[in-house]
Design a protein. Structure first.
Length: 278
């Protein structure tokens, strides 16, 4: 059975004009049955988060997105668990007439998706997690976000601890570890602990630290992990690894990769955020 084309798209971060331009490219626009996987961080920092969410929601069943850290931040703001920072561009979403519908849609987005041998997450996975375990743990958080008590569950989301995984974790500690791994991880130390405060690119030598995907005995080497989040890493195409965040909001590019053959479509983006600004 043939599979419709699936285009995997990196972090949009509220750059709706760039998203529209990408979707208008002939290779994508001329494929009416195509599906779209978004690697999370649909919103924030860019100028049109509200329009971005409405655009993707209007795609219906053709679009699927995992949650990124900025998407969770929007939900936390809606829950009263977090105040906006001066660089946030989310107020228009919270004040929109259709905010309840949008937030409900966002709450029902998963934190991981596994299909056709590809594991889609926002940031990465801990080295000891298999694809099956990743989905099971992501589903735990997904269930909490879909529940009527979703606001309360987000009150304890923030924090860098625990920075490792233990199957014995319970409650907020367990949820925070899962969220941090799936939406924030970049580098690990030799024990496999997440170094969440370090945000440099892999080209900057960090003694004793390794990108999560280069950890020895990584349990997801038998599948292709697709992720965004790490704009300084840029586009990476390997048989078992696809990195999609090419810094659209920073004036880089917005990238789509076709799942079936790793064909790449990219468009240049206007800079929405100065990376050197306070």
């Amino acid at each position: 059975m043939s599979v419709s084309s699936i285009w995997m798209i990196g972090d949009v971060q509220g750059c709706c004009d760039s998203l529209n331009h990408l979707l208008e490219q002939p290779k994508i626009a001329d494929d009416p049955n195509a599906r779209f996987w978004f690697a999370g961080d649909l919103v924030n920092r860019g100028p049109r988060s509200l329009a971005t969410l409405r655009r993707i929601m209007a795609m219906g069943d053709r679009a699927l997105s995992v949650l990124g850290n900025h998407d969770l931040h929007l939900l936390a703001m809606a829950a009263g668990a977090r105040r906006p920072s001066k660089r946030d561009t989310l107020t228009e979403v919270l004040e929109a007439h259709d905010a309840p519908e949008i937030l409900n849609w966002l709450r029902h987005c998963p934190l991981a998706h596994f299909e056709y041998g590809h594991l889609l997450v926002h940031a990465g996975v801990l080295p000891q997690w298999s694809a099956e375990k990743t989905i099971a743990l992501a589903d735990e958080v997904h269930a909490k976000l879909r529940s009527t008590a979703w606001k309360q569950s987000l009150l304890t989301m923030y924090g860098n601890e625990p920075d490792y995984w233990d199957d014995a974790f319970r409650g907020p500690e367990r949820m925070r570890a899962i969220i941090n791994a799936l939406t924030r991880i970049r580098l690990c130390n030799k024990e496999g602990r997440m170094m969440l405060s370090v945000k440099t690119g892999p080209e900057v030598e960090q003694p004793g630290l390794t990108p999560w995907f280069n950890m020895s005995k990584r349990a997801t080497r038998d599948v292709t992990v697709v992720f965004g989040h790490w704009s300084t890493l840029g586009l990476t195409l390997k048989p078992n690894l696809i990195s999609l965040d090419t810094g659209c909001v920073w004036g880089g590019q917005l990238t789509a990769v076709r799942l079936q053959d790793q064909f790449v479509v990219q468009i240049a983006c206007d800079q929405s955020v100065d990376p050197l600004a306070d």
